[in-house]
Design a protein around this ligand. Structure first.
Ligand code: KG4
Length: 338
């Protein structure tokens, strides 16, 4: 029996999860509320909160799974990318835990984790996993990438954002409308009541499979600036239509490149991952593409879209089976890499 505990602390969620023979036994996430009043993650506060939360979160994950520390085969942790101060908390915890229990340590790339969330089994007979090779659209607060996934350890980033991430576009545009943080889920909710064709926003023209969202953000900002001059209540009166138009534009941009990548590669197995994959419009667009283009789509359950440790534990499980461990002097890395 292989029992892996996963630790995730790359940004503002402290999480631990236990996976046994590929099946999820527990997944605990402590989300930090301290950042809400700042309208974004404050790195210094994030590391401090991780430091406070990590032991209780691990303790809860073990208790819920019904396993003791001594039952663990290995500890998997997020090595990067992410906020350095946050990563250091999880990495240092993993080192201490692995030394004390004399079990191996497995480093996991956070981006691989998001992609491999599709392989988390909730029961033994869960057989919904994608077949290699597949394409994965990874969209979160910090990433917008198209990844060609050849195996659990062979992933190629064939497209990525050259500036803002899709989640950032949602969050920043929500902020200028005076909506709360994070803005993505609020825009999603308001968009349901709005007309997505009401406002035209600029779409980027970037070669290949790369994305760009900064122009869209500026176009949104200019629209608000011009309309607010005519009517100070413009945002309040048009909130739902603004959200629907913004959401539609972001989704159109994301799907256009993904469609091109699928066509060029001849791959019709397509997955979505990361925080923005919780978006109802994006999920609907995936379903629509499945019908229109015969894609076999993979949309993760809501609990595995945003940062979680189950995805780190399953990634660690695959590495454990191949005997790929990490040295005790491993240092975290903050920059995006596959
Ligand atoms: O993967 P994630 O939890 O971590 C980061 O990379 O930060 O993603 C968070 C991002 C935020 O930008 C948030 O606004 C966005 O995912 N998000 C959404 C939705 N739920 C979360 N964006 C659009 N629609 C949603 N329903």
């Amino acid at each position: 029996m292989v029992t892996i505990i996963g630790i995730e602390s790359s940004c503002d969620d402290t999480a631990a999860a236990v996976i046994q023979d590929g099946v999820l036994l527990s997944s605990i996430i402590s989300s930090q509320k301290v950042h809400e009043s700042y309208g974004g993650v404050v790195p210094e506060l994030a590391s401090r909160a991780h430091q406070q939360n990590i032991i209780p979160v691990v303790d809860q994950a073990l208790k819920k799974a019904g396993v003791s520390k001594e039952d663990l085969s290995a500890i998997a942790f997020t090595r990067g990318p992410g906020l350095m101060g946050s990563l250091l908390v999880g990495t240092s915890f993993a080192k201490g835990f692995s030394s004390a229990l004399n079990i191996p340590m497995i480093d996991v790339n956070h981006l691989h984790g998001h992609v491999l969330a599709h392989f988390i089994k909730e029961t033994k007979d869960d057989n919904h996993q994608p077949q290699y090779p597949f394409l994965c659209l990874l969209v979160s607060g910090g990433n917008s990438q198209i990844i060609l996934v050849k195996s659990y350890k062979e992933m190629e980033m064939i497209g990525q954002t050259i500036d803002d991430a899709a989640g950032e576009a949602f969050d920043k545009c929500a902020k200028v409308m005076g909506l709360g943080y994070p803005g993505g889920p609020i825009v999603d909710k308001l968009a349901k009541e709005g007309d997505p064709t009401k406002f035209r926003l600029n779409k980027p023209h970037i070669p290949g499979y790369d994305y760009s969202f900064s122009g869209l953000k500026t176009s949104f900002l200019y629209l608000l600036r011009d309309e607010l001059k005519k009517d100070p209540d413009f945002i309040e009166k048009n909130k739902a239509d603004l959200c629907a138009s913004l959401q539609k534009t972001i989704i159109d941009v994301l799907m256009e490149k993904l469609r091109r990548a699928a066509k060029d590669s001849g791959i019709s197995e397509v997955a979505v991952a990361g925080g923005v994959s919780a978006n109802s419009g994006l999920r609907a667009a995936f379903e629509d593409h499945a019908r229109r283009y015969g894609w076999k789509i993979h949309i993760p359950p809501f609990g595995y879209t945003t940062d979680n440790a189950a995805m780190i534990a399953i990634s660690g499980y695959f590495k454990y089976l191949d005997g790929i461990f990490c040295p005790i002097d491993a240092a975290p890395f903050s920059r995006v890499s596959m």
